[in-house]
Design a protein around this ligand. Structure first.
Ligand SMILES: [Zn+2]
Ligand SMILES: [Zn+2]
Length: 273
């Protein structure tokens, strides 16, 4: 059951809380539905990807988020990560920890935090110490991020990418990240004792399956096939990563699948399980 809460105080959270941060804003400054960047905020402490981390966190969230899991180095998943670290540079009392595979960390060092695009923050310190550090993880092995247990599984995208199974000990959720058809991810998800929510991508409409396959993404029909590999029942299924230009048609096609508990995740809304 998805619960909805306006509560923003993590101290009293009884549920795992996940928010897809908004990345597009109307002229008046209010967030709108289009999802151009990917960043899921968990319990105001951890993020999965960091596309909008530097532009969409509240002031209090900026003070509590210190752990960032990067599924892959595509721009829509890391765009404002350098800005996030930069903004906090002087005040950080502990480093921002970037969790990713060695392969992805290598790409972040080569292409982003390289002293050309932006500073090598992992080599810099403020008055309190280091401001950013890389925390490599291995796929298939559970690791700890703040209060969460995380298992990363390679998925089928155009660059090295992982899907994630994340648990706080009570609630378990899974993120497909960006992927076309994939196998190992579902095997690991199926081994989880329970599954409360699945966040799965649906980038392009069915009419653009060729492009979806070339860029290694899913269409609604491909998503339906992927769900056929899942043994769990009853969890909430939230479609994400709808390309803004095709958002309405993808949403309609998802709706036409008539899959129980499947909906398009709303940006900015706090979901609780
Ligand atoms: Zn991608
Ligand atoms: Zn993406």
């Amino acid at each position: 059951m998805v619960r909805f809460s306006q509560s923003l105080n993590p101290t009293f959270a009884r549920y795992l809380r996940i928010q897809l941060l908004p990345s597009s804003f109307d002229a008046g400054g209010s967030a709108n539905a289009a999802q151009r960047l990917t960043c899921f905020l968990i319990d105001d402490r951890v993020t999965v990807d960091a596309g909008s981390i530097g532009i969409a966190l509240t002031e209090s969230q900026r003070r509590t988020v210190r752990d960032v899991i990067v599924t892959h180095p595509h721009m829509d998943h890391i765009a404002s990560l350098p800005i996030f670290v930069d903004d906090l540079f002087g005040e950080l009392e502990q480093p921002i920890r970037i969790y990713a595979t060695e392969e992805v960390i290598g790409l972040l060092k080569l292409d982003v935090f390289n002293d050309t695009v932006y500073p090598k923050f992992d080599e810099l310190k403020n008055d309190h110490g280091r401001v950013m550090e890389y925390a490599p993880f291995e796929t298939g092995k559970e690791f700890r991020v703040a209060h969460l247990s995380v298992t990363a599984i390679p998925v089928n995208h155009i660059v090295p990418t992982v899907g994630l199974v994340i648990s706080d000990g009570k609630t378990t959720v899974a993120f497909s990240s960006d992927t076309a058809e994939t196998e190992e991810f579902w095997q690991v998800v199926n081994r989880a004792r329970r599954l409360d929510a699945l966040f799965i991508e649906a980038s392009f409409p069915d009419s653009m399956e060729k492009l979806a396959r070339a860029s290694k993404h899913l269409t609604p029909s491909m998503l339906r096939n992927e769900l056929g590999k899942l043994n769990h029942n009853g969890m909430d299924i939230l479609a994400v990563h709808l390309k803004p230009a095709y958002r309405e048609i993808v949403a309609r096609e998802l709706n036409e699948l008539k899959i129980e508990n499947l909906s398009v995740m709303e940006t900015g809304r706090i979901y609780e399980w």
